[in-house]
Design a protein around this ligand. Sequence first.
Ligand code: DHB
Ligand code: FE
Length: 284
Amino acid sequence: MTDTTAEKATAAASGAAATERFRSKLRTDAAEGDTKRVDTLVTELLTATHDIIRRHKLTYAEYDALKAWLIRVGEDGEWPLFLDVWVEHVVEEVAGEVREGTKGSIEGPYYVPDAPALPAEATLPMREDEAGTPLLFQGQVTSVDGTPLPSAKVEIWQADDDGFYSQFAPNLPQWNLRGTVIADGTGHFKVHTIQPAPYQIPTDGACGQLISAAGWHPWRPAHLHLKVSAPGHQLITTQLYFEGGEYVDDDIATAVKPELILSPTPTGNGDDREVTYDFALDKA
Ligand code: DHB
Ligand code: FE
């Protein structure tokens, strides 16, 4: 583990960065001005909460613990993390119900737009001595009907071999393991990267406190994050996982789908591995 990164990566710092990032992309359009919908959703949320309190005879001590914890989630800047780990997967499930193409998955808190543009065959920006097994990730972007999509955009972001994301942990180059690959004239792309490591959500903040209080584990399986898009088609946000990897069957964020599991094979060159995954985009 890179000591400098590990030493200073705190829940409060990554939480603050994730909160800042979220504020800058806020989608306010849908939720404004519909009083009836707000009434329905909030009333149902509160009613469900009241039911739980009655059913389990919540005590004042537990109510105070809940209040203190909610306050701490805010202080630690961990609302993006909490929501993306325990809630977003159902929002994504509902959004995905109307699509036929490649399955989506959660975006999570660590996407940054406008990562450096790269040609159809490229190496993700990484440090000279970047740790991890080299991985060649390649494929083709088509429409759901199989038509190739020239110059499709394949945005990739991932954690490094220690499980850290650039711009959300200290001492990493700004765009480390982030890139916007522009596919070729037939929608093909080839990305040289490293195999990411399982990702541990920060354990020293409010979310970590909840995880240990509930006897859970803080891990997500190793994953690549992707946003794939092309003109006239719906952008897909997804993640890809690795067959047989730790936590694939027990993801804290419940974001694994069987269609999103890769099975890389050896290239014959040392430990290097390669895998092909094609994306099918729904029409806009
Ligand atoms: C979180 C982190 C991730 O890398 C991810 O993909 C989803 C959620 C999180 O810490 O909330
Ligand atoms: Fe992630």
